[in-house]
Design a protein around this ligand. Structure first.
Ligand SMILES: [Zn+2]
Length: 92
């Protein structure tokens, strides 16, 4: 069991596709899985997801902290460079 601090998302990174989970109650994690790791807010260390598998916590998983409203993402090793026009899967 490990506790992993999530990463604060940058303003431009937040897509407007409604993909961010909102934590409405700071006392209750948004996600509850069956894996080894807990994920906490990068700013206030509030628990956002518990018992998650690493494969479940991808770049697509974003959680808005119910305590400080920071939007967190799990993946930290992802390079920040993003070339426009490369995301062929974009569908709006
Ligand atoms: Zn927080």
């Amino acid at each position: 069991m490990a506790t992993i601090t999530m990463r604060q998302i940058r303003a431009g990174e937040v897509p407007f596709d409604g993909g961010t989970a909102i934590q409405e109650d700071p006392e209750r994690p948004v996600f509850r899985g069956n894996g080894p790791d807990d994920y906490v807010c990068v700013v206030c260390a509030n628990v956002l997801a518990v018992a998650m598998q690493p494969v479940q916590m991808t770049k697509k998983v974003r959680v808005r902290c119910g305590r400080c409203a920071t939007i967190n993402v799990a993946v930290t090793e992802e390079p920040d460079v993003r070339s426009p026009g490369q995301s062929a899967r974009k569908h709006q």
